[in-house]
Design a protein around this ligand. Structure first.
Ligand code: DC
Length: 228
């Protein structure tokens, strides 16, 4: 039986397990994994380091022209983010980026540039892409759309553990504040706000394991690969 290559769009709030799930699903299916949040984070890193004024469209446009984002697999076959040839995977996960990325991703120019790149990256299908607007804007015709949610305290705890794994101890309250702020900006922005696509399959990850999340997405994906 020949399985058709599909696009798998995984959207949802920050720290609900989208990336961990998407990575494993991609590995199991032999698909490419594209972390679109990492792309907005890399843009944010560039903007901060080059003191780009978010209210100056010319500066923003020039900066976007100068930014090249790529993903490369490391020795452990994990995808890492490169900004203009430099590995920024660790840097873009820091709180200074988390505190500014939602603001940067409200900009229409930034979104247009990122969406164009994401469409190019997924044009051949066989891709798992996670983000906020993949099923609604980037690939509205994706064969499988998943929308992930989770309880706020659980999300904050998971994000805190992730930061800890990078040797950064952040107070749980601070993590919660950052998540609440990002949820608010992500869901209320004028350009492609975060919302569940009507035809997305919702998964609440609060009380299920990563393996269970992965299994469910793989099961759904295979059913689409066979029937589409
Ligand atoms: O998934 P993440 O936490 O790494 O995403 C970082 C930020 O990027 C998030 O606060 C909103 C923004 N983002 C977006 O606006 N659209 C996407 N497709 C992905 C992320």
């Amino acid at each position: 039986m020949r399985l058709k290559k599909i696009v798998i769009a995984i959207d949802g709030y920050s720290a609900c397990g989208k990336s961990s799930t998407a990575k494993q699903v991609a590995k199991i299916l032999g698909y490419k994994y594209i972390d679109t949040g990492a792309m907005y984070r890399a843009v944010t890193l560039y903007f901060l380091d080059h003191y780009i004024s978010l209210t100056n469209p010319k500066e923003v446009s020039k900066a976007l022209d100068d930014i090249k984002i790529q993903f490369h697999l490391n020795a452990e076959k994990q995808s890492e983010t490169f900004l203009n040839g430099l590995n920024v995977e660790k840097e873009i996960r820091k709180m200074r980026i988390s505190d500014n990325v939602s603001q940067v991703s409200t900009l229409k120019q930034v979104r247009e540039a990122m969406v164009a790149q994401q469409r190019k990256m997924g044009k051949e299908k066989g891709v798992v892409m996670d983000g906020r607007d993949i099923g609604t804007v980037v690939f509205p015709d994706a064969e499988l759309k998943v929308f992930m949610t989770a309880d706020m305290n659980i999300r904050a705890y998971r994000r805190q553990q992730e930061l800890l794994a990078n040797d950064k101890l952040v107070d749980l309250e601070e993590v919660i504040e950052n998540l609440i702020m990002r949820d608010r900006i992500d869901t209320t922005r004028a350009e492609s706000p975060l919302k569940k696509a009507d035809d997305a399959h919702e998964i609440d990850t609060s009380f299920i394991t990563l393996e269970e999340q992965v299994e469910e997405v793989v099961r759904l994906a295979i059913s689409r690969m066979v029937s589409e």
